[in-house]
Ligand binder design. Sequence first.
Ligand SMILES: [Zn+2]
Length: 231
Amino acid sequence: MYCYIFVLLCVCVISVIAMPGVYKVDILDNEVHSYNFPFVPRSQWHARGAKQTTPLRTPVPFVVIHHTYIPPACYDKEECCAAMRQMQCMHMDGRGWWDIGYNFAVGSDGAAYEGRGWETLGAHALHFNSVSIGITLIGDWRTEIPPARQLKTAKALIAAGVELGYIKPDYKLVGHRQVRATECPGQALFEEIQTWDHYSPFPNSVADLINVKELPDSVKENLIANTTAVV
Ligand SMILES: [Zn+2]
């Protein structure tokens, strides 16, 4: 009898341990993607916690490329982590946003830095955040292009996003200036990205947004109703 109860207890304990849900939660909590380039998660640059987050609907159809202009280019992990903290403070304290605006940043050290990440709606391109991942190349790229390793990692990050299912395989790549009246991502970098796979000349300006089929109707209604907000 005791033996029977013991066996029954063992079976119960084993089945609780072996419940797939138990492991799944652990795996999700500790989910780590592996990348073939240096990747610096938020914890490593000592990010502040986001005030709030909104999920991003993925896979997204667009990637938007930015430059930071300020802060300037950074060439090692220490400098780039400081740049990330500076941007996060500018965006949260200066502009009142919930977090650093970009989904990711790439430094001239050749590392990618996690901003809001793959699964959170960004604040980097007005009217275009819900359909895109925003990647900034840290530095002022108006007259010179970023170092080769920075460009290489930006491209690898996009490829990883496709591989992981966060970016559509037939995504379109645009510069920030194509969706808002801004100099971003700088003339030199803008010319550079026009040579990249998936570069799309459409949309070409804010005026084209109304004809972007991927944009939700609510955004288009907002565009029409609030035209002063787009310049
Ligand atoms: Zn920009």
